[in-house]
Design a protein around this ligand. Structure first.
Ligand code: AMP
Ligand code: MG
Length: 409
């Protein structure tokens, strides 16, 4: 049995980030991962412009201005944002200017309008600027044309979309979305819209995994319920591996008489890397590589809680790495104070699901109510974190601090 850390190491090592890219129009690029660095041919700002409403001046004219000895300048033009200046400023002259407007040639400093008194076509400067260049946003101060503006491997959210729009990047090269096929194994399973006969249960895992993939913005192929017969499992898994970068199944990976998955994976040329992990819930976790097909297989345990906890702990970071994110794909742990005492399992890293909240700037963890059984999916609802109790810990007392895995919100 592998430790959680060893299993994680093997899983991450087996994941090779996708590199194939596609062009998408900017409005459709939200949430996608940038495939190549973006450069702009424009400096930012594109030209010297004013940071304030006021007057463009020559510093040497106004350096000694004061309330007692104001400097009177001739106002030669009005420069609004969006219209270029018409004149070059000479000694003794000023131009009325507004925020964002181009600084005219000859001017080097902006005097804010609060430091002036207007009198017809003249303006009195009543306070000197602090320095030459005050309130001028110089061309290229924020970014120089040709250098990388955005790096490859970042997720495009509102801020990055703003940068791309400003750089007039109308079509963006993004990494294609990973393709993940999901299937539920178990002859006892029925779809939620089917009547339940004695002994049957609803295939909730398929829905949980589809939602999980949707939240990660990953393309999913739902292959439905596959009964526990070697022929049907083999056929479905073979097709799934051809289509998907990743295949995720639930059930059939324990040591029961109807647990066929591992044998089938080996038959199909899979290299089993992970077979069972010292984690609770989720011990019978399987991961296999298919180097020829360039695909990966995750066989998650059938218990709904085990399936989701192992998906959060191992599959989520693996899929984020696969999707091409250059950083930020590792699982995220924070330190939190537990409100209640938490039990430990003797020789397995224990994950207790519940909710984390920030109060007074600190993380606090509240375990879910009800019975902690991997067969109980009911108290999973509203989970946003799992407390992690290390192997060998006798359990955690109320008020102690411990590591908590943050889940996607
Ligand atoms: P298995 O890992 O196949 O031995 O399944 C373990 C337990 O999880 C059994 O009680 C199954 O009935 C249940 N189970 C398996 N697959 C699913 C599923 N897709 N949805 C809900 N429960 C499942
Ligand atoms: Mg089963």
């Amino acid at each position: 049995m592998l430790s959680v850390a060893d299993a994680e190491h093997l899983i991450f090592a087996a994941v090779h980030p996708l590199t194939d890219s596609e062009g998408v129009r900017l409005p459709e690029a939200t949430g996608r991962i940038l495939a190549t660095a973006v450069r702009s041919q424009l400096d930012f700002p594109h030209w010297d412009n004013s940071a304030m409403d006021g007057y463009a001046v020559r510093f040497e004219d106004v350096a000694a201005a004061s309330g007692e000895t104001p400097v009177s300048l001739q106002v030669i033009e009005n420069i609004a944002a969006g219209t270029p200046p018409q004149h070059t400023l000479k000694l003794g002259q000023a131009a009325r200017i507004f925020t964002g407007a181009m600084v005219p040639p000859g001017a080097d400093t902006i005097v804010i309008q609060e430091a002036t008194r207007r009198d017809g076509d003249r303006v009195d400067v009543l306070q000197p600027p602090k320095a030459c260049g005050e309130f001028v946003r110089h061309r290229g101060r924020f970014y120089q044309a040709g250098t990388p503006l955005l790096n490859a491997g970042i997720r495009l959210q509102a801020a990055e979309i703003a940068v791309l729009a400003a750089a007039q990047c109308n079509v963006v090269k993004v990494i294609r979305k990973p393709r993940v096929a999901i299937l539920s194994t178990g002859s006892e399973l029925v779809a939620p819209n089917q009547p339940l006969k004695p002994g049957q249960i609803v295939d909730s895992n398929q829905y949980a995994l589809a939602a999980f993939l949707h939240q990660l913005d990953i393309e999913a192929l739902r292959l439905g319920i596959v009964p526990d017969t070697p022929q049907s499992l083999r056929q479905t898994i073979r097709e799934a591996l051809q289509w998907g970068d990743v295949v995720i199944s639930t059930g059939g990976v324990s040591v029961g008489d109807y647990d066929y998955i591992e044998g089938i994976l080996q038959d199909l040329g899979g290299e089993i890397q992970v077979q069972s992990v010292a984690i609770k819930p989720g011990k019978p976790l399987t991961m296999a590589r298919f180097p020829k097909l360039r695909s990966l297989y995750f066989g998650l345990p059938g218990n709904p809680v085990s399936a989701l906890v192992t998906a959060w702990r191992f599959v989520q970071p693996a899929l984020l790495k696969l999707s091409g994110l250059s950083h930020g794909w590792h699982p995220q742990f924070v330190e939190a104070t537990t409100e209640l005492a938490l039990p430990a399992a003797p020789s397995r890293e224990t994950y207790i699901w519940g909710q984390v909240a920030i109060r007074d700037g600190q993380f606090h963890f509240n375990c879910a109510g009800g019975s902690f059984s991997s067969g109980n999916l009911v108290n999973l609802a509203q989970t946003n974190a799992c407390a992690v109790i290390p192997v060998g810990s006798p359990g955690i007392a109320a008020g102690e601090r411990l590591s908590v895995l943050l889940l996607q919100s």
